[in-house]
Unconditional design. Structure first.
Length: 272
């Protein structure tokens, strides 16, 4: 290679280098990728707005059903009391069944200075009874005898809550009942009208439980079952008295029925 050829090759290489650099400078630089904005942080929701209802529902589920009925009036059944007013004709007993309905209200804890939770029961009872008997008479025909009576009763109780669970309250219930009944009796042939009056008094105490249906979302509905003892006084007077009949009055532990000394009650109570 002579000197001239070498000079021409060097010049061509230099020219190629300059052209490549110029092309690189003329080419636009790549644009950076746009930044993706980050999502805003979640806004804080006040507990009072978002969690008040669930918290209240949770407290209601965890609380006692008794707390939802305390201070409210409840309709209740206080049992049936019988008033016997003699036998017209003899050997045929006559009875007035007095059914007592009323209200129950549980007071707040500490009411009237008491450390116990107590309540009040008040009831009014009504009853009506009537019998009629036809007896054959010698020589033909019949003799009729009939009797009727109306009864009225009053009930007062002071139940005390002994212990409480989520859906049940154990109770002790001292109570008294007053009954009054009156009526007429037709003694038959010969016609003889007898006026009669009866009076009854009961005093006792029952122990039992009030079960609420809060597990069915109905805490205002309750079922009470109880059992106790009572003493009773009954008095029946008649004017004028038939042959072989007399006024009757006596004290006794319960009634003359089997296990009559036990005073039991099964009732449905609904609190409004």
């Amino acid at each position: 290679m002579n000197l001239g050829t070498a000079v021409r090759l060097a010049a061509a290489a230099a020219l190629f280098t300059v052209s490549a650099e110029a092309a690189a400078q003329a080419r636009p630089a790549p644009r950076p990728a746009p930044a993706v904005p980050l999502p805003p942080p979640p806004s804080a929701v006040p507990v009072s707005a978002a969690g008040a209802a669930p918290q209240a529902a949770a407290l209601a589920r965890e609380g006692k059903d008794f707390d939802q009925v305390a201070g409210r009036w409840g309709a209740a059944f206080f049992g049936v009391r019988s008033v016997d007013f003699g036998s017209f004709p003899p050997g045929v007993p006559n009875t007035v069944e007095v059914v007592t309905l009323g209200v129950r209200r549980w007071m707040a804890p500490g009411a009237m200075g008491s450390s116990r939770i107590w309540g009040i029961d008040a009831g009014l009872g009504f009853g009506y009874g009537r019998t009629r008997t036809e007896t054959p008479v010698t020589g033909g025909g019949t003799s009729s005898a009939q009797a009727s009576g109306f009864g009225l009763g009053f009930h007062l109780g002071l139940p005390v809550a002994l212990a409480q669970g989520r859906h049940v309250t154990a109770i002790l219930a001292p109570e008294v009942d007053l009954l009054y009944a009156s009526g007429k009796a037709d003694q038959g042939t010969p016609l003889r009208i007898i006026d009669w009056r009866g009076f009854g008094f009961d005093a006792g105490v029952r122990v039992g439980a009030e079960v609420y249906f809060g597990f069915l979302d109905m805490p205002q509905l309750a079922l009470e079952g109880s059992l106790g003892v009572k003493v009773s006084y009954d008095s029946v007077t008649m004017k004028p008295k038939a042959v072989g009949q007399s006024d009757v009055s006596h004290w006794r532990l319960g009634s003359d029925r089997p296990l009559g000394f036990l005073a039991g009650n099964l009732a449905v109570i609904y609190y409004f």
